[in-house]
Design a protein around this ligand. Sequence first.
Ligand code: COA
Length: 251
Amino acid sequence: MSHVLHNEEQGVLTLTLNRVDKKNSLTAAMYADLADALDKATADAGIKVVVIQGHETVFSAGNDIADFLQQPPANEDAAVFRFLRGITVFPKPLLAVVCGPAVGVGTTMLFHCDLVYAGDNAAFSMPFVNLGLCPEAGSSLLAPELMGYHRAAEALLMGEPFMVDDALEMGLVSRVLPPTEANAYAHQQALKIATKPLTSLMETKRLMKSGKAPKVLARIQEEAMSFGRMLKEPAAIEAFSAFMEKRKPVY
Ligand code: COA
């Protein structure tokens, strides 16, 4: 069974992360599924908007650590990088709905989305330093730009969660809703967007992004080189072993 549900309705493609028992942590197979869906949505003139959502209790716990250890991304064609490139260059409106924890790439993917709706239970975190790693998904560039350097530094150097009020205030989130209503609200917004001409939607997004993609793609690549190297170093090995053994890491 796929852990990403696809639903297409009136120009809106909704991708639902559906692995709640593992907190919607993302496996290579899920990244591949999401990347393929974005490619298809780019090419299909019938799709005007894509929504990525989770469950009302959890958006995503980030990379599936066990899967990641079993099959670490080997090269640029790895599914995770296809997904990250996909969200960076996706030319149509991309919405996300976040309720509950959004850890690691669960938060960093939001920097690439055009609208982000959140449940009032949303908790965002980028705990790369706690895992012996460094930022990914272009977040070392995009977090300071969006949040301001010092707030980004607090989020990335402390690795602690920040809550929805802060996310709203800093512009990471467009609107806060009760978790039970967030997915439905986003769907209504997406349907509204899908009534508008695709040419205008795409041109507006292209102009707003104003040629940023090459810079972001270059940063994703630079981060990936460091991330890949750091994965093999003692701090990350200890962090991941501790997670699998359900204990606190000792550095
Ligand atoms: N990778 C693999 N499995 C994960 C996971 C991840 N990133 N996050 C959670 N899980 C699994 C847990 O191992 C557990 O599995 P089990 O039931 O077989 O023991 C299950 O999901 C439930 O997780 P649990 O930690 O018990 O849920 P919680 O509600 O107490 O906490 C989180 C939720 C998201 C705060 C917590 O799971 C967490 O911090 N996860 C790690 C996130 C992380 O470090 N991600 C970055 C990866 S680069």
